[in-house]
Design a protein around this ligand. Sequence first.
Ligand code: HEC
Ligand code: HEC
Ligand code: HEC
Ligand code: HEC
Ligand code: HEC
Ligand code: HEC
Ligand code: HEC
Ligand code: HEC
Ligand code: HEC
Length: 271
Amino acid sequence: MRIKYLSVIKFLSILTFLLLASWLLTSDPCAQEKSAQESPCLTCHLDFKKPAKSVHAAMGMGCETCHMKVQGKEHPQDKGSVVLTSNTPDLCYNCHDQSKFKGNVIHAPVAGGMCTSCHNPHKSDSEKLLVSNMPELCYMCHDKAKFTKKNVHAAIPAVGCTMCHSPHVSPNKSLLSGTIYDVCKSCHVNKATGAHIVALPGGKTHPIRGMPDPSTVKWIKVPDPKRPDREIEVPDPKSPELTCVSCHDPHSSDFRKLFPQDRICKKCHKY
Ligand code: HEC
Ligand code: HEC
Ligand code: HEC
Ligand code: HEC
Ligand code: HEC
Ligand code: HEC
Ligand code: HEC
Ligand code: HEC
Ligand code: HEC
C-alpha cells in the first residue's frame, strides 16, 4: 500500500517536471526572437516589431509577399532596390476578392486604386488597418465643416459614416446602403408616412417621395402630344425626387430639426 503511494507521488513529480520543462522550452524568449529573425528585413526595420491595435494578416506571410529585392541593387544604399511585387490595387486583389470593389457607384479613391490612402498595408492603431480613426478618416478629403454645423445629426456620433455609406462601392446613389427613404426609415420608422410634417384634414399626409422635389425640379421642353408643332414644359424625369433630404440635411445644420434653411415650408411653398 505504502509502496504504491510512493510510486504515485514519484510518477506525479516526474510528470510535473516534464510539463514544466516543456513549458519552459516553448516559452523560451530566445525561441520567440528566432521566429522574428526569420525575416531578414526586421533586423533593420525595427518599428515593424512594435505591437499595434490591428496587424494585417498578410504580414504573417512575410515581407516578400508584397516586396521584392531588385537584382543587382544594394538595399538600402541604392534607390529602388526594393519594389512592390505589383502596384495597388492589383497587389491587394491577389488576396482580396476584386468583385467586392466593382459596382454601380464606386468611391473615387477606390476607383483610382488608392487603397493605401485609407489603409496602412502593414499595421495600424485604428481598426481595419485604417490610417486614422473614423470619422476623421473621411475628413482627410471631405470638408469637415459640412458635418459639424450647430446641430449634428445624432446618427453620426452614434454610428459613424459607414452605417449609411459604404467606403468602397454600392449599388445606390451616394454610396448609400439603400435608397434614401429606406436608410432614414431604418431608424425613424414613425416618420415614414409624412404624417409628422403637417396636420392635414381627412387623414391625408404630406407627400414624402414619388414625385419631383419642386425646389430643385428642372423643366424641359417636349413636343405637345396634342399639337406636335408646339412644345410644352414638363418636369425633367431626371430631376431629384422629393425625399427626406429635401427637408433635412442628413449630416448637420445650423437650423432646428436639421432643416437646410430657416422656415422650411418656404423652400417649396409660398407660405
Ligand atoms: C541593412 C538594413 C536593412 C535591411 C536588412 C532591409 N532594409 Fe529596407 N530600408 C533600410 C533603410 C535604412 C531604409 C531607408 C530608410 C527609410 O526610408 O526608412 C530602407 C527602406 C526601405 C523601403 C522604402 C524605400 C524604398 O526603397 O522603397 C522599403 C519598401 C524597404 N526598405 C523594404 C525592405 C524589405 C522588404 C526588406 C527585406 C527584404 C528590407 N527592407 C531589408 C534598411 C534595411
Ligand atoms: C500586404 C502587402 C505588404 C506586406 C506583407 C508588407 N508590405 Fe511594406 N508596403 C506595402 C505597400 C503597398 C507599401 C506602399 C505604401 C504606400 O503606398 O503608402 C509598403 C511600404 C513599405 C515601406 C515604406 C513606407 C513605410 O510604411 O515605411 C517599408 C519600409 C516597408 N513597406 C517595409 C515592409 C517590411 C519590413 C515588411 C515585412 C515586415 C513589409 N513591408 C510587408 C505592402 C506590404
Ligand atoms: C498575401 C495576401 C494579402 C495581400 C496581398 C493583401 N491582403 Fe489584406 N488581408 C489578408 C488576409 C489573409 C486578411 C485577413 C482575412 C480577411 O479579412 O480577409 C486581410 C485583411 C485585410 C483587412 C482587414 C483588416 C482587419 O483588421 O479586419 C484590410 C483592411 C486589408 N486586408 C487591406 C489590404 C490592402 C489595402 C491590401 C493591398 C495594399 C491588402 N490587404 C493586401 C491578406 C492579404
Ligand atoms: C475612403 C477610404 C477607403 C479606401 C480608399 C479603401 N478602403 Fe477599405 N475600408 C475602409 C473602411 C472605412 C473600412 C471599414 C468598414 C467598416 O468597418 O464597416 C474598410 C474595410 C476594408 C476591408 C475589411 C473588410 C470589409 O469590407 O469590412 C478590406 C479587406 C478593405 N477595406 C480593403 C480595401 C482595398 C483592397 C481597397 C482598395 C481597392 C480599399 N479597401 C480602399 C475605407 C477605405
Ligand atoms: C482619399 C480621399 C478620400 C477619403 C479619405 C474619403 N473620400 Fe469620399 N470621396 C472622395 C472623392 C475624390 C469623391 C468624389 C468627389 C466628391 O464628390 O467630393 C468622394 C465622394 C464621396 C461620396 C459621394 C459619392 C457619390 O458617388 O455621390 C461619398 C458619400 C463619400 N465620398 C463618402 C466618404 C466617406 C463616408 C468617407 C470615410 C469613410 C470618405 N468618403 C473618405 C475622396 C475621399
Ligand atoms: C444617417 C445617414 C448618414 C450618415 C450617418 C452619413 N451620411 Fe453622408 N449622406 C447621407 C445621404 C442620405 C446623402 C445623400 C444626400 C443627397 O442626396 O442630398 C449623403 C451624402 C453624402 C456625400 C455626398 C454629397 C455631399 O453632401 O457632399 C458625402 C461626401 C457624404 N455623405 C459623406 C459623409 C460622411 C463623411 C459621413 C460621416 C461624417 C456621413 N456622410 C454620414 C446619409 C448619411
Ligand atoms: C442609425 C440610425 C439613424 C439613421 C439611419 C438616421 N437617423 Fe436621424 N436620428 C437618429 C438619432 C439617434 C436621432 C436623435 C434622436 C431622435 O431625435 O430621434 C436622430 C434625429 C434626427 C432628426 C431630428 C434632429 C433634431 O435636431 O431634432 C432628424 C430631422 C433626422 N434624424 C433625420 C434623419 C434623416 C433625414 C435620415 C436619413 C438620411 C436619418 N435621420 C437617418 C438616428 C438615425
Ligand atoms: C416636406 C418636408 C419634410 C419631409 C419630406 C420630411 N420631413 Fe421630417 N420634419 C419636417 C418638419 C416640418 C419637422 C418638424 C415637425 C415639428 O416641428 O414637430 C420634421 C421633423 C422630423 C424629425 C424630428 C422629430 C422630432 O420629434 O423632433 C425626424 C426624425 C424627421 N422629421 C425625419 C424624417 C424622415 C425620416 C423623413 C423621410 C421619410 C422626413 N422626415 C421627411 C419636414 C419634413
Ligand atoms: C421640398 C419641398 C416641400 C417642402 C419643404 C414642403 N412641401 Fe408641402 N408639398 C410639397 C409637394 C411636392 C406637395 C404636393 C403638391 C401637389 O400635389 O401638387 C406638397 C403639398 C402640401 C400640402 C397639401 C396641399 C396641396 O397644396 O396639395 C400642404 C398643406 C403642404 N404641402 C404643407 C406644407 C408645410 C406646412 C410645409 C412646411 C412644414 C411644407 N409643405 C413643406 C413639397 C414641399
